[in-house]
Design a protein around this ligand. Structure first.
Ligand SMILES: [Zn+2]
Length: 179
């Protein structure tokens, strides 16, 4: 799944986490002080303290958001790595990741610089994977016509395919398709 993760998605952020704890402490302190100012009727200083307090929570929010994005990125990358072909259908993704709209989530993660080597194809209702997964690299695959209904079925040398339309087993073709 590493092939789908950018440096940003892999990055450790312990320093950042520690810094956001400090910022949160300052944020709480400013908000407490602002309460004291306001109860003393000093609205000017109270207002400034509230603004400073909220500003301290900004790095906290950024750190939390980055952690959530990283977690979601890993979910997608692991689903992509388990895909057997060069694409994975959105409806299949829906069952594997915690995102209501996987297409939008993938685009967001690509845009934010977390996911790579994939693109959303809404016409095909799938995410196209540009880096071949290890599974696919190890397996010799071929598109074979189903002998019963004529549908195209993707089969692997070591794993015969099952036709999605009629359910019949389709085995890997003979010498013609071999490398
Ligand atoms: Zn069939």
């Amino acid at each position: 799944m590493e092939e789908f993760l950018t440096e940003k998605a892999r990055g450790q952020s312990r320093g950042r986490a520690a810094w956001s704890v400090v910022a949160a402490v300052f944020g709480v302190a400013f908000l407490c002080v602002s309460g004291d100012f306001l109860s003393d009727g000093n609205t000017g200083s109270g207002g400034i303290s509230i603004v400073l307090g909220l500003a301290c929570f900004l790095p906290v929010w950024k750190t939390v958001r980055a952690a959530l994005l990283r977690r979601q990125t890993r979910q997608f990358a692991s689903a992509f790595a388990g895909a057997e072909g060069a694409s994975i259908r959105l409806e299949k993704l829906r069952g594997q990741v915690s995102a209501k709209d996987p297409a939008a989530a993938v685009n967001r993660l690509i845009g934010a610089g977390y996911l790579r080597n994939c693109t959303v194809d809404l016409n095909k209702n799938a995410v196209l994977l540009h880096a071949p997964s290890k599974l696919v690299e190890q397996m010799e695959a071929a598109e074979v016509e189903c002998p019963h209904c004529g549908a195209s079925v993707r089969v692997y040398r070591k794993r015969p395919g099952v036709c999605a339309f009629c359910g019949s087993e389709v085995s890997f073709p003979g010498a013609r398709e071999q490398r």
